[in-house]
Design a binder for this molecule. Structure first.
Ligand code: UD1
Ligand code: CA
Length: 454
């Protein structure tokens, strides 16, 4: 099957410099949603018709796993004219499916149904019954057979009363499509070459016109404004939330979760309100994510708890670990099982072995930390000298006293203790107390200054 995606419209109502089809829905450009759907139908040839913002659209297409042909439509003389630009790319021996770059949520199941009902020799149209069909093309039937489509602006009063509308999505036998497009005229209210006029031509040629209906109206809803984009985002998030609930995930409020990517959950996962999941996130069995967490490309292993207000990015949280509240795990962080990371602790590219704890106010960057290590409040690994990054190694069973600075590269040996307030610039030997603060003194005979009389 050939798939043509129309994406030349300028999207003036978006009020944005970004081309309409590049605006994100669930963190992914509208056009990428449509490309992914086309891919799921195993399209043999893909062609995107672009116009406005060509360079940015081309850039997105260059990142696709397979070759996507493009055709520039300039000027934009209507949907029929748009499809004409793709004709050199199409294989005559298979049908051509026409999709819209700004209609992101059509399911492959609905498109599959349309393609199946049309076969190789019929023209298929995805239609829906809409209570308010204003502005859309109406499906005109005689004896229940589709005979043509009439646009709002060209319709008579009686035709405007028709509630069955053209979603715009069609599939056509390619050789016929080429002939029909070549014969299009623009003598209509908008002076455009209407793709929809191929319907009457098909009927005149004795080609049957059939239809399929999607499961819901949102499948064919297009985005023309930020209002419509926001509405579709909510519908899409609602659908994702329902799928998670069906899989057995507990969502404290299905209306207050945002998944912008892929969220994979084990059994008995609980997610409280206000969480955002981006990229690929895995939550193992029994994971509990409390309110207001942002988790991006991360794996949270079984039994771990993420308390409120954490930011976790490209990190692995080990089994039964407890993170937060208010913790930040940055890229490269890998925590083994039963690690505790508490409030205002930041870990970047730090690997922490089992049962270690950093419960309050610490910065751990470029560090390897052993098992059962206790990192006191206010500990800082000084990993950056202004030019180079260096590593800190803290071996098993070490105890780092509060408010210590570890000037990397430096190693704290197995079972070593650092006294509170230590500035460690040389390695601390295993099993011993290392301390670098001046001895405490008390000054006798000292008195506080007194205010001078004026
Ligand atoms: C079109 C259909 C109408 C249908 C409606 C569904 C025609 C003549 N009308 O309406 O029956 O109910 O879609 O939304 O086909 N585009 C181009 N080049 C152009 C014109 C449009 O690429 O020259 C693209 C737009 O970017 C958009 C899509 O085609 O993705 C639909 O265009 P739009 O103007 O929104 O639809 P209408 O023509 O109003
Ligand atoms: Ca239009």
């Amino acid at each position: 099957m050939n798939v043509v995606i129309l994406a030349a419209g300028m999207g003036k109502r978006m009020q944005s410099a970004l081309p309409k089809v590049l605006h994100p829905l669930a963190g992914k450009p509208l056009l990428s949603h449509v490309l992914d759907t086309a891919r799921s139908l195993s399209a043999s040839r893909l062609c995107v018709i672009y116009g406005h913002g060509g360079a940015a659209v081309q850039e997105l297409l260059a990142r696709q796993p397979e070759k996507v042909a493009t055709a520039l439509q300039e000027p934009q003389l209507g949907t029929g004219h748009a499809v004409m630009q793709a004709l050199p790319e199409l294989d005559d021996s298979v049908p051509t499916l026409i999709l819209y770059g700004d209609v992101p949520l059509t399911t492959s199941a609905s498109l599959r149904a349309l393609v199946d009902v049309a076969g190789n020799d019929k023209l298929g149209i995805l239609t829906v019954e809409q209570d308010d069909p204003f502005g859309l093309g109406r499906i005109v039937r005689e004896n229940n057979e589709i005979v043509r489509i009439v646009e709002q602006k060209d319709a008579t009063e009686a035709e405007r009363a028709i509630k069955e509308i053209n979603s715009g999505i069609m599939v056509a036998p390619t050789a016929h499509l080429k002939r029909w497009l070549a014969a299009l005229k623009n003598n209509n209210a908008q002076g455009e070459y209407y793709l929809t006029d191929i319907v009457a031509q098909a009927v005149a040629d004795g080609v049957r016109v059939v239809s399929a209906q999607p499961s819901a109206q949102w499948e064919v809803a297009g985005v023309n404004s930020k209002v419509q984009l926001a509405e579709l985002e909510r519908i899409h998030q609602r659908n994702i939330a329902l799928k998670l609930l069906e899989q057995g995930v507990t969502l404290m409020d299905p209306a207050r979760i945002d998944v912008r990517g892929e969220l994979i959950c084990g059994r008995d996962v609980t997610i409280d309100v206000g969480c955002v999941f981006e990229g690929k996130v895995e939550l193992g069995d029994g994971v509990r994510v409390a309110a207001h967490n942002v988790i991006f490309n991360a794996r949270i292993l079984a039994g771990a708890q993420i308390k409120p207000f954490c930011h976790i990015e490209e990190a692995v949280v080990g089994e039964v670990s407890i993170i937060g509240p208010y913790a930040r795990l940055r890229p490269g962080t890998v925590l083994a099982e039963d690690v505790h990371v508490g409030n205002f602790v930041e870990i970047k590219n730090g690997q922490v072995a089992a049962h270690s704890k950093a419960n309050h106010l610490a910065y751990i960057g470029d560090a390897t930390i052993g098992s059962r290590v206790n990192i006191g409040a206010g500990t800082i690994t000084c990993n950056y000298d202004g030019v180079n990054k260096s590593r800190t190694v803290i071996e098993d069973d070490a105890f780092i006293g509060s408010d210590s600075q570890l000037i990397a590269p430096v190693t704290v040996g197995k079972g070593a203790t650092l006294g509170a307030g230590t500035t460690l610039s040389k390695d601390a030997p295993a099993g011993k107390l290392t301390i670098s603060r001046p001895r405490q003194v008390t000054i006798d005979n000292w008195s506080r200054p007194v205010k001078k009389p004026k």
